[in-house]
Design a protein around this ligand. Structure first.
Ligand code: F0G
Length: 460
């Protein structure tokens, strides 16, 4: 008999979970104006709001915390991280930052100017924000299949090469500082980009004299999908695949809070000394001295170890399969999800689950609130609340796809937790017909409203 698969780790330290009744949660969520960001975390039973900065670190990483060299300049922890980045990613120069968006800030400060255009596969919100903040434009060139949750495509994060060529023609290469590839593509569901597509994109970029930059927050998960879904690479090691992914890429930046298996940190890595020098000025004014950027020595040490652990096949296999397992359980409960299942999260399609709730009443937020009430499960809305208003007309932008994201922290939850989440969503599905109305906005900020918005029931 085949033995069942088990996680390649065991528990040494535990965190308590507090249980409250459904009635208490109903009261609490109303008190916080139906905004899941406003909940104190001890009111949450299974927290799937994000996989970012929520990983459990290994004993080797905790050992590095004790070994952290907190020198202002020339810290040994920085050199440990630099060696790891050189070894695993193949880039010579390293600019540490406090997290991913800070890496975007220093990198784009050096490369993006007013009137520029940055094509790519669905840019993450902070990436788009940092581009638009500089009065430049982020143009989404993801393949159309990404926006149909029912269509199977093994690499829904792929760039539509024809569209990319059209955009280059339309705007001209001189207005395009770089082409941006995000692996995996968070915005469309943690969907991977194939190695073939990366190579084709790099070839188009090269022909037009444009560099390719890569947002590598979840690059190891992307490599896992290349290994398991792209026939030519099934016998390759994860590390050989990641090397191939970066071969023609000029700059990478990373929110290390994902595949770096740490709670905070990020960086820019590159081989071009001139650009590194230019970046350095922004690192110093926005982040810190060059050998720590926004990170403590101990955090850099933990990341150096996390980068190695993050590309281990057995870790990745367990990680991605846990996400797939939850997806399969959700499907058994009849919950419509983005397919194929992505690398770090499940995306529940609220338009299909609550077709009777208009988008203007935020159906994905309603699903999130109901998941909280039924089981204390916290996800996050990726829909019309997040899409916010058009900066010019001020009108609500209806999101193309209306999703509730359940993101799985790395090495934190067990199979029992996944079953609990699926059962909770099953309860929400069972009462979906009884959910008659969604929300209306009571109060919202000028931008990035989803973090602080106050909502009330539409019928109240
Ligand atoms: N790029 C991608 C693809 C991301 O998913 C994120 C963050 C960032 C950049 C920004 O990095 O948070 O370290 O500043 N994603 C988190 C999430 C917030 O929940 O998906 P950061």
């Amino acid at each position: 008999m085949k033995l069942p698969a088990i996680p390649p780790y065991k528990t040494k330290v535990v965190e308590p979970v507090y249980f409250r009744s459904k009635a208490e949660r109903m009261q609490k969520i109303k008190e916080v104006n139906y905004n899941l960001f406003n909940l104190h975390s001890d009111w949450v039973i299974v927290d799937l709001m994000t996989d970012s900065g929520t990983s459990a670190m290994s004993e080797q990483q905790w050992a590095e915390i004790m070994l952290g060299d907190e020198s202002y300049a020339g810290s040994e922890s920085y050199f440990k991280l630099k060696r790891a980045v050189q070894d695993i990613l193949g880039f010579e120069y390293l600019a540490p930052t406090h997290q991913g968006r800070a890496a975007e800030n220093i990198l784009f400060s050096a490369t993006v100017k007013e009137g520029d255009v940055v094509p790519g596969n669905a840019h993450f919100d902070t990436t788009k924000g940092h581009i638009e903040f500089r009065k430049a434009q982020a143009i989404d060139c993801t393949i159309a299949a990404a926006y149909d949750t029912t269509e199977y495509h093994p690499f829904k994060g792929n760039i539509d090469l024809e569209k990319l060529e059209r955009i280059i023609q339309q705007y001209g290469a001189e207005r395009i500082p770089f082409i941006n590839i995000t692996v995996t593509c968070n915005t469309v569901g943690g969907q991977p980009v194939s190695l073939q597509n990366i190579q084709d994109t790099c070839a188009i970029a090269k022909r037009n004299g444009i560099p390719v930059y890569m947002d590598i927050a979840r690059y190891a998960e992307n490599a896992y999908f290349i290994k398991t879904r792209e026939e030519d690479y099934k016998d390759w090691s994860i590390r050989d695949i990641t090397k191939a992914m970066f071969k023609d890429v000029e700059v990478v930046w990373m929110s290390a809070k994902k595949d770096g298996l740490v709670n905070i940190g990020g960086f820019v890595a590159l081989n071009n000394p001139d650009l590194y020098e230019k970046l350095g000025q922004f690192t110093i004014i926005y982040e810190g001295f060059l050998t720590y950027g926004g990170m403590s020595g101990r955090a850099m040490g933990a990341l150096a170890v996390g980068l190695y652990e993050g590309v281990e096949f057995y870790y990745l296999d367990d990680r991605v399969k846990q996400v797939q397992y939850l997806g399969e359980q959700l499907k058994k409960h009849g919950i419509p999800i983005q397919e194929p299942i992505g690398g770090h999260a499940l995306y529940i399609d609220a338009k299909r689950m609550l077709p009777h709730i208009p988008q203007s009443q935020f159906p994905a937020q309603l699903l999130g609130v109901e998941a909280y009430i039924e089981g204390g499960v916290r996800g996050v809305e990726v829909g019309t609340l997040l899409a916010d208003r058009d900066p010019i007309t001020g009108k609500d932008r209806m999101a193309e796809i209306e999703l509730l994201r359940l993101a799985i922290p790395r090495r934190v939850y067990s199979k029992a937790h996944m079953d609990y989440v699926a059962a909770t969503m099953g309860r929400v599905a069972a009462k979906s017909q009884d959910l008659k109305t969604g929300f209306k906005i009571k109060k919202q900020a000028k931008m990035l409203r989803h973090f602080t918005v106050e909502l009330e029931m539409y019928d109240s």
